[in-house]
Design a protein around this ligand. Sequence first.
Ligand SMILES: [Ca+2]
Ligand SMILES: [Ca+2]
Length: 304
Amino acid sequence: MNPAQRGVAIVMAMSVVALAAIATTAMMMTQSTWTRESELEVDHAQAQALIQAGVDWARAVLSDDRRLNNVDHLKEPWALRLPPMPVDNGELAGYIEDQQGAFNLNNLVLGGKISAVQLDRFRRLLSVLGLPATLANSLADWIDADNEQQPNGGAEDEYYLSLQSPYLAANRPLTDVAELALVRGFSDEVRARLGPFVSALPVNTAVNVNTASPEVLSAVIDGLSLDAARALVAQRDRAYFRDYTDFSNRLPHGVEIANSDLKVSSNYFLARVRVTIGGAEARGLALLVRADIGWPAIVWRKYQ
Ligand SMILES: [Ca+2]
Ligand SMILES: [Ca+2]
């Protein structure tokens, strides 16, 4: 299919799920007593049904994509942002983000213990973003199983119990990037700067070199400067990496990779859906995990 045909196919797939949701909502509306009091509740239910339709659209698109190929890059249909689509009394819009194009913060710890290699990579990411290296220590302590504080900015129970509203270190993988708000040093400013480059996935994952930003590529590949990573991404925009060998062949002279934690495909995606009904806006997001067959499973979902 050419890009225009693909675009049409996606919009059609989206329309089908959206229509199903609208039908459901319409049924709920007929059943409810149409009083002023119930109006807000119906709008809320309608918004949730539409958000679910948006998430199902994302699942359908991702499942189709896996049937067609085992490579994931930013020119594929799943990566297109859809223009807002009109629905009853409002509109629905959404897009999908590859979570393996980001640095998975949970990679810092493997089997409860800090990975020195991953800790170094995360420090490089922090440095590229102009953030203090000490953040790597506090986050590693937050995730690792033990209660032994890392030097230089580390923090375990003793630190968190000394806060005005005390709590304990999680000592397990992050469930969501939003949890960073609890970790020592991760202020609003830090999280705003870091947010676009990180994810928090339930298992240790590889980085997809077809979707990773220059910042992330430079962090996870030894000897790849930010400028070299930018040049590589500019080249990738013209021709995506077909496989691992293709990627390693196109690296700058002298940069060697010898690790299996780089890939050209992804399994974890975030679906972001926005619904506007009668001027009110609702947002939902869902972390999806894709298997080789069938619709991706929902790891978690949130309404905002
Ligand atoms: Ca694909
Ligand atoms: Ca710990």
